[in-house]
Design a protein around this ligand. Sequence first.
Ligand code: GTP
Length: 131
Amino acid sequence: MERTFIMIKPDGIQRRIMGEVISRIENKGFKILRAKLFKPSKSLIEEHYQEHREKEFFHELIDYISGESVMIMEVEGESAVEVMRLMIGNKDPKLAAPGTIRGDFSNEKTQNVIHGSDSIENANREISLWF
Ligand code: GTP
């Protein structure tokens, strides 16, 4: 069965919609295999977002997560990577459809509630990195 890495980002924790997000994941039929609520180190966040190191929003992205609590999850189910990306919605607020997590809970480019791996390869990398 396919596995993906999910992170509820600091705005999701602070706004107390963690339960809502977890409910959506479980209602879809996915199984949460492992979960942890903690404050990741800056180096862990930088490693996670290494592909964006050169982007102009990189520091904003790292500062937003640094020193704050996130919830990380290993989620298992049929086509978990692709289906979770569909449930999460587009990162551009103007393209995040209502009914998706971002479409329903965020209108921001950086503070967008949740992260989900974008490929099976990245899911394996991120699960090994975070757990
Ligand atoms: P993640 O699931 O968090 O990886 O988001 P994504 O795969 O939908 O987007 P991407 O990997 O391209 O970007 C990672 C994160 O960087 C996004 O979720 C945003 O938090 C932030 N981000 C991406 N693009 C922009 C941008 O153009 N401007 C700003 N301010 N933040 C961005």
